[in-house]
Design a protein around this ligand. Structure first.
Ligand SMILES: [Zn+2]
Length: 581
């Protein structure tokens, strides 16, 4: 089996004449858009701008995807590094023109539009008009874009450098942080505990620098929010997420109400492992049983394809095509990035997947997860680039939905021990997405509130984190062993233009569970509704996307129903623990 992915549909190499030709075309398209007659409020001009912009988006995506995919499979590729900065500089120079065009779009009376191509983009156009209230002058936009490269973007790079070069000392040997974090999954309790202690001790080397980065980035987010005239940093995130405050409130309220359910799960796990004052942090990912089954890629991918066919022919065909046509870079290799991701390529109607496949059941679930992202892209391929761009909170829904298909199928055929293994994996993930995410939301809210009065010290940031963890985990965790440094390596706190990158995970998980419940009620006919749902995610508010499948995102019952499904799993977990102890 071919190990690497096939990128030939994009370019043969950086020397491919088509690559340099496309960069020239991109420069030309940017120039063309700069000369759009922004005094002329005429439908024909708007239509031609939308056509140009959609083509431009697909072209940027094609070039950028080739650069970034090459870089992730070969991190030291010099051509990729070079072209990445060429493209970034090119796009940053467009900020003032984009502001000018957005203001021009603001002058149209959209209710009078006759043209069907423009009408197809109505949601995006209305959104631009509404967001125009938050635009600065052309000059202001240009200054902000340029200052960001020496502000929050520079701080982010500095923070990444600190964390990736950090050495963790354990038993007289130095380890990179990522390796020590992985030890949380070790079968050996001593290793898990030692890794946690060594990790916490190591942060003293970098805590001042990382805190400076956090203070600077949150400071910039607050300043920009005020300059643009938003009520709060959270309001800006919600507008960008196409989501209402009410939906967020109902979601958070349901999560808060569900905390005792997860406290019970943590206590059960703790007692099974021999702890009676709650789970110490270093045992959060501890295995409760050993899996006795291995899942090499051939077996895992066959299983995923088969289960996807049980949902629909389209989903099955899609997964089969992805495997057979070498869209997946499967195994770990020196010089390749860690983790797993899916990159949807609207420009060519395909996707590429990076895995670090390791023959465990979890690797098969990850494959299902990433293919779920890919299928979301597949359902958006018929849309224009502008209408295929969906907001953050919906991003993890299709992936989690497909994960659920895989896990449920595996549960059905497993024996009692394997069942416990699968269920514990699932609950461990769900608890993270509800409980830890809730703690991160509390932490970030308080951090931003305090940052408005001035920078926080390392001790103050650590205290905020501990307070949030105590509140979210309750007695589920042993309060003597929490994690005061969870703000250091998690990338989510360091994106200046998208704060509160936490609740989207809970939104995605619970929405996917709700969709899965609909699938169970409606059977095979649901697949058509599901595809329609995914195809609409780039062109309406999240509430309206929900309505398209009869889901009311502002109704607490909907969210509660998903929580109840997890609660049933915890009941089963308790039963299986008894059988296996
Ligand atoms: Zn994902």
């Amino acid at each position: 089996m071919e190990k690497c992915w096939d990128l030939n549909q994009l370019y043969l190499s950086f020397d491919d004449p088509q690559f340099s030709k496309d960069i020239k075309t991109l420069e030309k398209r940017l120039e063309d858009m700069k000369s759009i007659p922004c005094q002329d409020v005429h439908e024909d001009n708007l239509k031609s701008y939308l056509e140009q912009f959609n083509q431009f988006q697909d072209l940027v995506e094609k070039i950028y995807a080739f650069i970034s995919l090459t870089m992730s499979s070969d991190t030291t590729n010099q051509d990729a590094l070079k072209y990445s900065s060429v493209i970034e500089t090119l796009l940053a120079s467009f900020a003032d023109t984009q502001a000018r065009i957005d203001r021009w779009i603001g002058q149209f009376d959209l209710s009078q539009i006759q043209d069907s191509y423009i009408q197809e983009h109505m949601y995006v156009l209305q959104e631009i008009q509404e967001n125009n209230h938050h635009l600065l002058s052309d000059e202001g936009e240009k200054v902000l874009a340029q200052m960001k490269t020496t502000g929050s973007s520079a701080w982010l790079k500095y923070k990444d450098q600190l964390i990736s070069s950090m050495k963790v000392s354990m038993d007289g040997k130095d380890y990179p942080l990522t390796e020590v974090l992985n030890m949380a999954y070790s079968k050996d309790k001593d290793v898990r505990k030692k890794a946690y202690e060594a990790e916490l001790a190591a942060y003293s080397q970098v805590e001042q620098g990382v805190a400076s980065a956090l203070n600077a980035i949150k400071g910039e987010a607050i300043t920009v929010t005020q300059l643009r005239g938003y009520d709060s940093v959270l309001q800006r995130t919600l507008i960008d997420s196409r989501m209402s405050q009410k939906t967020l409130d109902v979601l958070l309220e349901t999560m808060k109400k569900a905390l005792p359910i997860f406290e019970r799960y943590y206590r059960l796990k703790a007692e099974h492992l021999g702890y009676f004052q709650g789970l110490p942090w270093y045992e959060l990912y501890a295995p409760v049983v050993e899996s006795h089954e291995s899942y090499p890629f051939e077996k895992g991918s066959q299983f995923v394809i088969e289960q996807f066919y049980s949902f629909s022919k389209h989903l099955g065909d899609y997964a089969k095509k992805a495997v057979e046509q070498h869209w997946i870079d499967i195994y770990p290799r020196v010089g390749k990035v860690g983790g797993a991701f899916c990159h949807n390529l609207h420009c060519i109607g395909e996707s590429r997947f990076l895995l670090n496949y390791g023959n465990e059941f979890g690797d098969t679930v990850t494959l299902g997860h990433e293919l779920g992202h890919g299928f979301h892209g597949e359902c958006l391929n018929q849309q224009t680039a502008l209408n295929a761009d969906y907001p953050m909170p919906i991003a993890e829904t299709a992936s989690t939905f497909c994960e659920t298909i895989i896990k449920n199928a595996a549960l059905k055929s497993a024996d009692s021990t394997q069942k416990l293994f699968i269920l514990e994996n699932e609950l461990c993930d769900c608890a993270q997405v509800i409980v830890d995410i809730y703690s991160r939301f509390l932490f970030e809210s308080r951090l931003i509130e305090r940052r408005q009065k001035g920078p926080l010290s390392v001790e103050e940031i650590k205290d905020l984190m501990l307070e949030a963890q105590k509140e979210a985990y309750g007695q589920g965790l042993d309060h003597r062993y929490l994690h005061p440094y969870m703000w250091t390596w998690k990338p989510h706190y360091y994106e200046a233009d998208y704060a509160f990158y936490n609740f989207p995970y809970a939104f995605g998980l619970l929405l996917a569970k709700g969709l899965y419940a609909l699938y169970q009620q409606q059977g095979p006919s649901f697949s058509e509704i599901y595809e329609k749902f995914l195809s609409l995610t780039g062109q309406m508010s999240l509430e309206d996307v929900g309505k398209s499948v009869g889901i009311d995102l502002q109704d607490a019952h909907f969210w509660q129903n998903s929580i109840d499904m997890i609660k049933d799993d915890i009941d089963l977990f308790e039963e299986l623990l008894k059988q296996n102890s």
